[in-house]
Unconditional design. Structure first.
Length: 502
């Protein structure tokens, strides 16, 4: 029942926020924070409960916690939720960033606050459903539900300074790409279910049952390709990335935080949970091509970021580059790289969230996202440029931050498997470093363009950035806590990628 409550709380809180706007415009945001507080209280109770439960032996057929009830009996569809170390870490990350989504939009959102927080919390609830679902139909259900609140965030609260039609275009593009992803995923799921039915004569969407599906090499490759395409669109992988930069430019700050920290990471989770485990033979054969796509992501994202004048679009393309490293790690099969995946997901989500929050704070003061109009901010602002510099060096993998641990683990792990590809990827890391340093030079230094006095960061804005900074330093100084906690499930997934192939 704990698992059901983790999904139930954000959805109910969102509905309460929507209705509470009639009382006062400030009530929805406080209700959202209270709801997230209750959510973390249940997480605390859950962690206490898990202390008395042994870890799963094989990582797939046994779970630390499980909730299951029948849904559509005729087709073997159940409301089946499970929890292991990987899903718990992803849920904690989602809830953590959900709090900052609420806090960073405290003053930014001026209209329809109740509906806004409803969409924010629905994104959180849907993502938790994705991370807990052990029924493929239920996974698909949450996979599709999550696009609805994001669509409304873009179209209703997008930046309309360049025209309403651009918000609608960005939202429509996101919707079309998401529907393509959902359609391909649905076809692949049904293909897997039908294959199982032809062998066993039983309809089931159970993840555990489908693990043991026997299929031909050609069928496995086709189904794996379907799952990969669905996740590649949301990840995104070049050339399926066209929706991401436009969405980041239009969506409000809270939407960018949810997008980079929650929505994109559902695809990484999907690749780990489904592609590698369900289709180990096909994934092994596909690995070299996938790693080459990762290299393309790294260099393309870096190159495009270097040519941007919009700061949010710059960070969006850097996210594409970052996803290339995760793609390399996932298809390397290296246990060291897989340990780095967890640290990198947590660290890069936090550092990217910090960057987007600073973008929002700068936009409130400068009313522009044009990098060319931001020169000399170090002279005008006391706090924000310093934290901006910190998050930049964190994204560059500076020692002492979690990003450094994640990147080094991924690179050393991949080097053991594919040294030449890893060396090429390292050059991409150097290139993105040059891009970010150039960004710092253009924004923080040089002649000051703004002659007016700019307001310094408020206490709320300072605390948001300080907590994110401390979190990154904690991951960089004590990464072993996360690595040891997630080592069993990540080693199981990586060994599945290797041993089940043979």
């Amino acid at each position: 029942m704990f698992l059901f409550c983790l999904i139930f709380i954000p959805f109910v809180t969102g509905l309460l926020c929507w209705q509470s706007e009639r009382i006062s415009t400030s009530v929805p945001r406080w209700l959202a924070l209270i709801g997230l507080g209750i959510f973390f209280f249940f997480i605390f109770l859950l962690c206490n409960k898990l202390q008395n439960i042994s870890s799963p032996i094989d990582g797939f057929s046994r779970w630390k916690l499980e909730f299951c009830c029948s849904w559509i009996k005729r087709f073997g569809i159940n409301f089946h939720l499970v929890l292991d170390d990987l899903s718990l870490l992803m849920i904690l990350l989602s809830g953590f960033l959900g709090v900052f989504s609420v806090l960073c939009s405290w003053q930014e959102i001026k209209n329809h606050q109740g509906l806004f927080y409803l969409n924010i919390l629905f994104i959180l609830g849907s993502s938790i459903g994705i991370f807990l679902a052990a029924d493929l139909f239920l996974f698909f259900f949450f996979w599709e539900i999550i696009l609805i609140p994001m669509y409304f965030l873009i179209s209703f609260w997008g930046h309309k300074d360049i025209g309403v039609k651009f918000c609608i275009e960005a939202a429509t593009k996101f919707f079309i790409y998401s529907q393509m992803s959902g359609l391909v995923l649905l076809i692949a799921i049904f293909g897997l279910v039908v294959t199982y039915y032809n062998i066993h004569g039983v309809w089931t969407f159970s993840y555990v049952n489908l693990l043991h599906t026997v299929m031909t090499q050609k069928m496995e490759f086709l189904l794996m390709l379907g799952f990969f395409l669905a996740f590649a669109i949301k990840m995104p992988v070049v050339p399926l990335h066209g929706w991401l930069p436009d969405v980041h430019v239009q969506v409000p700050t809270a939407g960018s935080v949810d997008l980079v920290g929650i929505l994109l990471k559902t695809s990484v989770y999907g690749l780990l949970r489904f592609n590698i485990v369900l289709f180990p033979h096909a994934s092994k054969h596909f690995a070299l091509f996938a790693m080459c796509l990762g290299i393309i992501n790294i260099f393309y994202g870096s190159w495009m970021a270097f040519s941007q004048n919009d700061i949010k679009k710059f960070i969006a393309y850097s996210n594409i580059s970052h996803m290339g490293f995760l793609l390399l790690a996932i298809y390397s099969g290296s246990q060291l790289a897989y340990q780095g995946i967890i640290i990198q997901i947590l660290s890069y989500s936090i550092s990217s969230a910090g960057m987007f929050i600073i973008c929002g704070q700068l936009y409130e003061r400068l009313h522009t996202r044009d990098i060319r109009l931001m020169g000399g901010l170090w002279e005008k602002l006391n706090f924000i440029p310093a934290l901006f510099l910190f998050f930049v060096v964190a994204m560059l993998g500076f020692p002492g931050t979690g990003n450094f641990v994640g990147e080094m683990s991924i690179l050393f792990g991949c080097f053991q498997i594919k040294p030449y590809i890893t060396i090429i990827a390292t050059f991409g890391l150097v290139f993105i470093s040059v891009c970010f340093l150039f960004l710092v030079q253009r924004i923080c230094y040089g002649s000051s363009i703004h002659v007016e006095c700019l307001s310094n960061a408020t206490f709320r804005e300072q605390m948001i950035l300080i907590v994110l900074m401390v979190s990154l330093l904690f991951l960089g100084i004590f990464p072993q806590l996360i690595i040891e906690y997630s080592s069993l499930i990540m080693n199981n997934i990586s060994s599945c990628f290797i041993t089940r192939y043979y």
